[in-house]
Design a protein around this ligand. Structure first.
Ligand code: DPP
Ligand code: ZN
Length: 846
């Protein structure tokens, strides 16, 4: 497989201005007639080379004349045609097989419905095309299908015609007036229930809102609809951005590789991010539905109106849109808790990716399989880069920059540099050094030292940055100096050199430094602080992120110490800190975050040659010790957080989170099992039910199987809840797990062809059951490889996502590293390995 390089980008030799598509939908043999209007770009005599994969070519017509098969060449990824005209019409007819398309790229079946996924390069599995984001055309799409099977026929834009045809068929024709790249094309056909609503935009236009779900699910679409309206209003208020078509459609499907897709006017969603109701969805599900609905909606401007020139620029739309959805969530909920959760994702997953074999800058320079670059780095670190810009420029200037970006580039396909230049030009800011964030991989490390000069009342602070010898970045560093003065002294430092010092005058006593307020930059820090200093930050910092983070640092210190000396006892000061957290009068959601220990994944990377089991034992020991010492307080808090009825406001959600974190401590103690069955029996919502079951899976007892069986009977016809059941089973923490996994894979409701279900077992095991994934026999690694071999042939994209924990082995002990490599070598030798897995395995073994 040959890599593609950013440096090799060339503008397209031809443009496509208009596309007229006709789909005659049949399960095994769908016929696609694709009429394209081409123009030659500049003078050249190169042939036209169209992308196409896994399609059967039926015919090619040039300006209405049918071409003989000797007049063009076809291979397994392209169609090449020599044309001497500067302006011409090409009609290409292809046949495709949606029913057998288990890769879920291009046109495929999700249950009985037809649907498409074209990002990044799926359109070429529908027809021959210039399948690249800088080729933008207006699309007209006619969909023909059986009327009974597919009463709803959808595509992008506005409906312009519809009617009945012979043999029980009908058609609908759509026109999208906004020129778009092929990756934003969508088609959906099937039998759905529709939730309808409308939205009046800030300029007074009425937009029809429609959410399509499987029959029987309409009551689970209200939260998505309300979220969509909130997102539309938020984007108007925050960025002055208004929706531009007369209709906005969302379709929920059960078979989907990703979370959702922002196709113009017709979003296709994994049903997991649309469907939610009080009994079947958790608070986290509610949060995620709103966030993903927002994310895809926000793409309409950041992604669709202004799109990417090439796929190396993916973060142009994704980093910016994740930042926008994070801000939206922060405004809808607790900003501090939202931020803490963003940071947990970075620390537990993105940092590992950035330290692993697939590390890449947020704007990658070399790609073998584009689908491998829809990463935490491009998305989450990309969002952090935009956030830093927001921090450096301030809210108002950031808005001015964004306004200029849209006025300069509306309707165009542009680069990350174009974005930064617009921000710089609009605000008169020099962002040249800042641009380095786009080309460096790895997580920078800040090494901090301080010196207090009592005589001169000066506080000296020195920060050094390092990231594999790469040039210094522009890093915004928010700090607070805490003294006995009433007000803490807050600053935003611009760290631009490899090592830089600051002197603060008039500091009458040695301050305590709270570093990286609101986590102003995606960096690691090396700044040992005493337990007393951390305790001071926890109670006295103004910045809530720092308060939380100081607690995490304190816990990290003791978990690592216990790992090295399992017999050591924890100091009273740690218990006192926890006692004061438990007794304090802080918001429940924030308190729940403070009580949550740093996870295995957050810790594992920073320890060299780590024995994962020893780390898990240490986390467990600290948790159990805290639970034992403070049992009455945990129990009191648990009981005080119980609520009589069910409500879904922020306070109720926070209380549930707090109650369930207390439960997770209490169940580490011998005599508290009854709390689990009590909570399970009395729960009136999925959050509480699932919390009880997760604890039961983490500390398996006699009860466990009874509870799980009861749950399965109750929810057997709810697909999304059964995904939770599969995930719970895969996380059972005892040595029956490998038999359990075999049973799950043989379960009548299990199928590797459904990505959500495959992930529910495989990812739940590798992520939530680290004790057995990393077990000394290597069986966990072997299990994953066996599944990847099967998935490679079914759905390479899903396989490639699931391999992550096996390629990030650098910090593990030597024995585990060699067991993993042995498994990877086996996989590498598998014939017909798709390029998705090949790229990652080769990188891991390089
Ligand atoms: N563009 C999609 C999203 O991030 C993923 N393909 O919303
Ligand atoms: Zn996105």
């Amino acid at each position: 497989f040959t890599p593609r390089y950013l440096a090799d980008y060339r503008a397209a030799y031809f443009s496509i201005t208009r596309v007229d598509l006709t789909f005659e939908l049949e399960h095994q043999k769908t016929r696609v007639t694709n009429q394209m209007h081409f123009t030659r770009n500049k003078a050249h005599n190169l042939p036209l080379v169209l992308d196409g994969e896994q399609v059967t070519l039926v015919s090619v017509k040039l300006d209405g004349e049918i071409l003989a098969s000797t007049e063009y060449q076809v291979d397994d990824h392209s169609l090449t045609l020599a044309v001497d005209r500067d302006d011409f019409q090409l009609e290409i007819v292809t046949e495709i097989n949606p029913a057998d398309n288990t890769a879920l790229e291009g046109l495929f079946k999700s249950g009985d419905a037809y649907c498409t996924q074209c990002e990044a390069e799926g359109f070429r599995r529908i027809s021959y095309y210039l399948d690249r984001p800088d080729v933008m055309a207006t699309f007209t799409t006619k969909v023909i299908a059986d009327k009974r099977q597919c009463p709803h026929l959808l595509s992008n834009g506005n409906k312009i015609a519809a009617g009945n045809l012979a043999n029980g068929k009908h058609f609908v024709q759509w026109h999208d007036p906004f020129p778009k790249p092929s990756y934003l094309f969508a088609l959906v056909a099937g039998d759905f229930e529709v939730l309808r609503d409308q939205y009046l935009t800030m300029s007074g236009r009425d937009v029809a809102l429609e959410i399509f779900v499987d029959k029987g699910n309409i009551n689970k679409a209200h939260h998505a609809m309300a979220s969509l309206k909130r997102a539309m209003a938020w984007d108007e208020q925050t960025f002055g951005l208004e929706y531009d078509l007369d209709i906005y459609m969302i379709v929920a499907v059960d078979f989907f590789n990703m979370g959702a897709m922002e196709n113009k006017g017709l979003n296709v969603f994994n049903s997991k991010y649309v469907l939610a109701d009080e009994t079947s969805a958790t608070d986290v599900d509610y949060f995620n539905v709103e966030a993903v609905i927002g994310h895809e909606y926000f793409h309409n401007w950041t992604g669709n109106r202004v799109t990417c020139r090439d796929w190396f620029q993916l973060s142009l739309k994704e980093g910016l849109t994740v930042f926008r959805d994070q801000q939206f969530s922060a405004d809808m909920h607790s900003a501090a808790v939202t931020r803490i959760q963003n940071v947990r994702v970075l620390r537990s997953q993105q940092f590992a990716e950035d330290a692993g074999p697939m590390a890449h800058p947020i704007r990658p320079e070399k790609v073998i399989e584009m689908n491998n670059f829809y990463t935490l780095t491009v998305y989450e670190k990309g969002a952090e880069v935009i956030r830093m810009l927001h921090t450096i420029l301030g809210k108002e200037k950031f808005r001015q920059g964004l306004d200029l970006y849209f006025s300069r580039f509306d309707g165009m396909a542009v680069t990350c540099d174009d974005f930064i230049n617009a921000m710089a030009d609009a605000t008169g800011t020099d962002l040249e050094q800042f641009k380095l964030w786009y080309s460096q991989s790895g997580t920078p490390l800040l090494t901090v030292s301080e010196y207090y000069d009592e005589q001169n009342a000066q506080y000296h602070l020195t920060i050094a940055q390092s990231n594999n010898e790469q040039p210094a970045l522009h890093i915004p560093v928010g700090i607070e100096l805490i003294t006995s003065e009433q007000q803490n002294d807050a600053h935003l430092l611009a760290l631009t050199k490899a090592k830089q010092s600051w002197t603060f005058e008039g500091v009458k006593e040695k301050p305590v430094l709270a570093l990286l307020t609101d986590f102003t930059a995606p960096v690691k820090t090396n700044f040992p602080q005493s337990d007393q200093a951390l305790a001071c930050i926890m109670t006295r910092a103004d910045d809530e992120f720092c308060r939380w983070d100081a607690g995490q640092k304190l816990l990290t210190t003791y978990i690592t110490r216990v790992m090295k000396q399992p017999q050591m006892s924890l100091p009273d000061s740690l218990y006192q800190v926890f006692e004061s957290i438990l007794s304090a009068d802080t918001a429940a959601a924030f308190k729940a975050e403070q009580l949550t220990l740093p996870s295995f994944n957050e810790l594992v990377d920073s320890i060299e040659a780590v024995n994962p089991i020893a780390l898990l034992d240490a986390i467990e020991t600290v948790k159990r010790s805290l639970a034992k010492q403070l049992a009455p307080l945990f129990l009191k808090q648990y009981q005080a957080s119980a609520q009589a009825g069910y409500s879904h406001d922020g306070i109720a959600i926070g209380k549930r989170a707090l109650k369930n974190v207390c439960l997770s401590y209490l169940v580490t103690l011998d005599n508290h099992e009854h709390l689990l069955s009590q909570q399970y029996q009395s729960a009136n919502n999925m959050t509480d039910t699932l919390a009880a079951l997760s604890c039961a899976a983490a500390y398996p007892s006699q009860e466990l199987n009874t509870l799980m069986a009861d749950f399965a009977i109750k929810w057997s016809d709810n697909t999304l809840v059964m995904d939770k059941w599969f995930a719970l089973q895969a996380s059972i923490n005892n040595d029956t797990i490998f038999d359990k996994l075999s049973d799950l894979m043989a379960h009548p409701l299990f199928s590797l062809k459904n990505p959500n279900r495959a992930r529910a077992v495989i990812a739940a095991f590798t992520q939530n059951n680290p004790r057995y994934f990393h077990c000394a026999s290597g069986r966990g690694y072997q299990f994953l490889i066996e599944q990847l071999v099967l998935l490679n042939d079914i759905n390479p994209q899903v396989a490639s996502r699931l391999i992550t924990p096996l390629i990030q082995f650098k910090s593990l002990d030597a024995k585990r590293q060699s067991m993993i490599k042995e498994q990877l070598v086996k996989l590498q030798q598998h014939d017909k390995l798709a390029k998705d897995l090949q790229e990652k395995v080769d990188a891991a073994l390089a």
